[in-house]
Design a protein around this ligand. Structure first.
Ligand SMILES: [Ca+2]
Ligand SMILES: [Ca+2]
Ligand SMILES: [Ca+2]
Length: 202
């Protein structure tokens, strides 16, 4: 009886530990730091609610290169976020934006594990210019990605749970970018439990 209780306590503790680490690890990749940058800042909301500490904003150039990332620390605001320019001394590598490029943004809701395309609300334009700060308010638009949505239908449900379980049991090849919820590069029973908790919380 006591042993079983202790075991349960251990499992619950392990899950809470993993979940707290999930909130600490940044979702978006780290951009390459270059000598040129255009700082963006402004308000950020997700479905009408202020972006919360731990949520993230990322900036992309027209080639889809991630060239800026900011982890929100003050509810409702992001920035200054350095959005880096392409380094002309490295012609084979595209690190970021060039003069006049239109920058697009994505928003990551860390608690719900949802990545959104951002809608730019101004007041400034979102064109990149070295050394010029841009005030661009952002709000969430189309959903790009939901952590744990293995079936890809933008819903978290029993179908995803069944797929995750099959991957954890080795009955199906693991799809890491969708099913590895704790980011340890394997799909196992802990990912299934994390997904179950997400589904029951929704
Ligand atoms: Ca370059
Ligand atoms: Ca799904
Ligand atoms: Ca995992």
């Amino acid at each position: 009886m006591g042993w079983r209780k202790r075991q349960t306590g251990f499992v619950v503790g392990a899950i809470l530990f993993v979940e707290s680490n999930l909130l600490l690890a940044a979702h978006f990749a780290t951009p390459i730091n270059t000598p040129t940058s255009c700082p963006f800042y402004g308000q950020v909301s997700i479905n009408g609610v202020a972006g919360q500490p731990g949520d993230e904003v990322a900036a992309f150039d027209p080639n889809g290169v991630l060239c800026g990332r900011f982890v929100i620390h003050t509810a409702g605001f992001y920035g200054f976020m350095e959005v880096y320019g392409d380094d002309i001394t490295t012609p084979t590598v595209d690190e970021g934006a060039r003069q006049g490029d239109t920058i697009t943004f994505r928003i990551w809701d860390a608690r719900k594990g949802i990545e959104y395309q951002a809608v730019c609300l101004g007041p400034d334009s979102n064109s990149w210019a070295d050394g010029w700060a841009r005030n661009v308010n952002l709000t969430s638009g189309e959903i790009i990605y939901i952590a744990g949505d293995i079936s890809g239908d933008k819903n978290l449900d029993i179908v995803d749970l069944a797929l995750c379980l099959r991957m954890a049991l080795g009955m199906e090849p693991p799809v890491l970018n969708r099913a590895d919820l704790d980011g340890n590069d394997i799909v196992d029973i802990l990912d299934v439990i994390l997904l179950l908790r997400k589904i029951t919380r929704n």
